[in-house]
Design a protein around this ligand. Structure first.
Ligand code: PMV
Length: 313
């Protein structure tokens, strides 16, 4: 009898994918329990895992070999991967992750990688009959190594995609916009560390609690109103709320001159509204446009050398 050998369990590869995200309104305030509106992007991250002689994470061009015991110098991705793996009882494995998003630009790259890895390891573990944690909790554990105090909005959007109403500690609610949204995203400059930006707001809040809590409450009120506009398809008002959200974020100290300029260039070119998205300190701006103004806004951004693309594409 001839035996034709198929792929063995050693060589089999398991895959996971996840979305990037753009926060429409509510970043930073969401860390303190206010709601946020977030939209998953079609671009995101992919991961592939297979059993191996060692445990390692290959992220693009960088390879992180996990020693049995962590060293004090262990790089952040290796620490995050170690924390994620501790929730599984998976055997040694090699994981490779690739990104189709700019990293560190407020588009949820690290959360997308965390969700893609958690999904791929879940597939491998399930095939071996091993218990698995929820993808959400595994990805949040990964994300917290990078961000320290992640609200979970990025990992929720990375896992679920679509348009979500998110509040920390609660199950995200899927929303159906009353009319399709036309969004444009411009990459303005390299983003700052989310951890540093979130800590910066916390430091200000400790120094000036009334002022910062007032700004956070104002942002929360905009997000509540934006939900109504989104569901009703009232894009004119939704855009205005986004622009007001940008100005409150600037008062919180998380905008930059380049982000402010990208916002006002979009507004002058006829965007319904625009704001920074994500932690700020750099990164991206998102604009809401009506179809007729799409090319005008793109052209205005191109004229100041910003690359931009439509979302959720
Ligand atoms: O990691 P970023 O840049 O996409 O920002 C996430 C949004 C924050 O509200 C600033 C942080 C959080 O965990 O919600």
């Amino acid at each position: 009898m001839m035996v034709v050998s198929g792929p063995t369990s050693v060589s089999r590869r398991y895959h996971g994918h996840a979305a990037g995200k753009v926060i429409l309104l509510g970043e930073h305030a969401v860390v303190y329990g206010s709601p946020a509106l977030v939209i998953g992007l079609d671009r995101g991250a992919s991961a592939e895992v297979q059993l191996s002689e060692v445990t390692e994470l290959v992220l693009g061009d960088s390879r992180h070999l996990l020693e049995p015991e962590p060293s004090a110098e262990e790089a952040l991705p290796a620490r995050a991967f170690r924390a994620l793996l501790q929730l599984f009882s998976a055997p040694k494995l090699t994981a490779r992750a690739t990104l189709a998003l700019p990293a560190g630009a407020g588009l949820g790259a690290s959360a997308a990688i965390g969700v893609a890895l958690a999904r791929a390891i879940t597939e491998l573990s399930t095939a071996r009959g091993l218990a698995v944690p929820s993808v959400a909790s595994a990805a949040l554990t990964w994300e917290n190594v990078f961000h320290g105090n992640a609200s979970g909005v990025d990992t929720a959007a990375a896992e679920q995609g679509g348009c979500l109403w998110f509040r920390r500690g609660q199950a995200p609610e899927r929303l159906a916009p009353g009319r399709p949204l036309t969004l444009l995203i411009a990459q303005v400059e390299q983003g700052a560390s989310t951890r540093r930006m979130v800590e910066g707001v916390a430091t200000q809040r400790a120094a000036q609690p009334a002022r910062v809590d007032g700004l956070l409450a104002d942002i929360a009120a905009l997000v509540e109103r934006a939900r109504v506009c989104l569901l009703a398809g009232e894009h004119g008002e939704l855009g205005q709320l986004m622009s007001r959200n940008h100005h409150l974020l600037a008062e919180l100290g998380v905008s930059t001159p380049a982000l402010d300029r990208a916002v006002s260039v979009a507004e002058q070119a006829g965007a319904l509204g625009a704001k920074l998205t994500g932690a700020g300190g750099g990164g991206c701006v998102v604009a809401l446009v009506d179809g007729a103004r799409r090319e005008t806004v793109r052209e205005a951004w191109r004229s100041i050398s910003l690359s931009c693309w439509p979302a959720p594409d």
